[in-house]
Design a protein around this ligand. Sequence first.
Ligand code: ADP
Ligand code: ZN
Ligand code: ZN
Length: 746
Amino acid sequence: MIAEIIIDSSVKNLNRMFDYNIPKNMENNISIGSRVLVPFGRSKKLEEGFVTNIKESTDYEVKDIAKIEEQSLTTEKIVLSKWMAKRYFSNISECMKLMLKPGTTTKNFANRTKDKTALFVSLNMPKEEVKEYINNKKVKSEKQISILNYVMQMDSVMQAELIEKTNTSRAIIKTLEKNGFLKIETKKVVRNPLNDKRINRTKNLQFTEEQQLAYSEVEKSIEKNEYKKFLLYGVTGSGKTEIYLQLIEKIVEQGKSAIMLVPEISLTPQMINRFIERFGKEIISVLHSKLSVGERHDSWERIETGEARIVIGARSAIFAPVQNLGIIIIDEEHDSSYKSEMSPRYNAKEVATEIARYSKIPLLLGSATPDIKTFYEAQNGKIELLRLTKRANNSNLPNVQIVDLRQELANGNRTMISFKLHKLIEENLKNKKQTILFLNRRGFSTFIMCRDCGYVAKCKNCNISLTYHKKEGKLKCHYCGYEEPLITICPNCGSKKIRHFGSGTQKLELEINKMFPKASTIRMDIDTVTKKNSHEEILRKFNEEKIDILIGTQMIVKGHHFPDVTLVGVVSADGSLNIDDYRASERTFDLLVQVAGRAGREHLPGNVIIQTYNPDNYSVQYAKKQNYEEFYNVEIKLRKQLRYPPFCDIIMFGISGEQEEIVSKTANELFTNLDKKIKEENISANLLKPLPAPIDRIKNRFRWRIIMKTNISDKLIEIINECLYDKELLKNNARVIADINPTNMM
Ligand code: ADP
Ligand code: ZN
Ligand code: ZN
């Protein structure tokens, strides 16, 4: 028998099948999806690969497979990998690696994550006998008795824990083993991040009429075992999560499993606790990047064995090896983190659709501000729309006001805080209520310029201006991490007139501390959130220690629930409006609605101030009204007029390398090939000429891009793959990638 094998490599030339002979003694243990080691090329080292097909014979002279490894992928995952590789223009093996147990993908075997083991102690005779020995004073030592008592309570206990809890020693345990009372064995320890959670169970809430209606629609599909896509559209607090919980309960009752994706940043203990409270921790597995590799490895195993049947995780949890999948839920479906920015550049929503389709199960997307594309599909009947129009706990949406910063400047206010916001902060402090201030720029000042010659301090490796960080007294590049001391003399003309422009969160905190010297403040941005959990730690502090003002970037806006926050100030709404991206308005609207949603979530009324130089912009105006549908109606018309998604797909080709001539030459070659093939195949596409990217150098690599507006089709995907994998193009010393509907166009 012959196996077709794909070698684990991101080298484009190796993205094809190689034939290998299956030795007789392996025939019974090998199948499609097996992970194997094979000799490859002239190297003595064995390479890793996956079996993608098994056949009777081959025309080539082939070598033997050297070894079969323990792990394997299901046939479905192999098919999915092949589909993803085409769709996202990557190597098949790169896609397969997303589906392997975390910690086992490195080529260096010694570095792979292994099962963790420890010594466990248990009784070696029935409890009753042990009790008799103690009662008959045949065991007298206090320490021995306390050990036996502890083990009797626990059945099986880790030796280290036993020693600590009974304040004894290994020697005493050993003695008890020798005398036949105890058994000491090496057993596997499951690294489970939920282990030390102690939580009370909650019961299902009685649905409102709207919730019941939405639930029943999805339930029908579950019962019919059919693939169907739903959008659950409801403002924050309208009870979406309660619906997820009860749908998952239904799935679990049927003996099936569920995957729920949430944005990385909303995987807070608060959110996870709600699931544990309902289902208990034994059945839940959490997967996200803040866990250690060991924890992820063991979570994965608990899913594989079927012990964990509810998977809650970020983007890549869509590949979890669940048994008998019954539903996929994607919460906050508009969130950009569902799209990968690294190869393979997949969109988890599209992958979920594919999985739901072949598993014949419902896919439920939820959001208060759906992705424009998702809502468009819901309007056109491609997705079934389920609405929740009211907040479940009857709290009101906050009152939002817009402040025109041009007016503020005209009135002589040069600070970052408008008169109106200043007054409301003051009142809030007086009333002992909490305030959140949002600014989407970190650092102190965003760029530094010489007033005499116009010199701007830029990164040595990237074509990007450096941001001043006052605390460290340094200029930093937010793209590559390069830093240098603050300049006071212009390196270009020697002038001392160095001015700072733009304001970030550090400066805001300083201004607030000056304006309100008695107020306590805490700041949350990438610079303060560095260690594991410190994101949580800051929010916990803010909440429990009743800190007056929380200042932060994007990070503060998602999912958190602070009952005492009654005022939210958006210091500048303009940052996301001015980006060179067709989604600028959508991003701004989402962000503003989400930030506003942090105010007055319980019985206290909430106030929101949005400061902006663009008060008339429609995304600002509709965010003020918190009316998604009105925003959508304007936005969709514009998208249609300008032919942007959902009316087309955007494919971005990125070409980068260390030498600019090679990069531009490669870009032009690629353009010519694409253009020729599109014309030959009569594909309607708008292919724009290659140009340097908006940020034309990052980490010393020059960057060009080509943009194509089109409607993606299988034929076009084929053409693009042919061009990207073109032998002549691959000879150039440049990296070429393609990205469908990328989130970042810079
Ligand atoms: P969302 O996920 O849409 O933000 P949640 O499910 O978190 O909404 O619900 C918001 C709040 O309303 C929660 O405190 C939740 O316990 C409560 N809630 C949800 N559904 C109901 C219901 N049917 N009856 C009473 N309270 C509910
Ligand atoms: Zn100068
Ligand atoms: Zn840089």
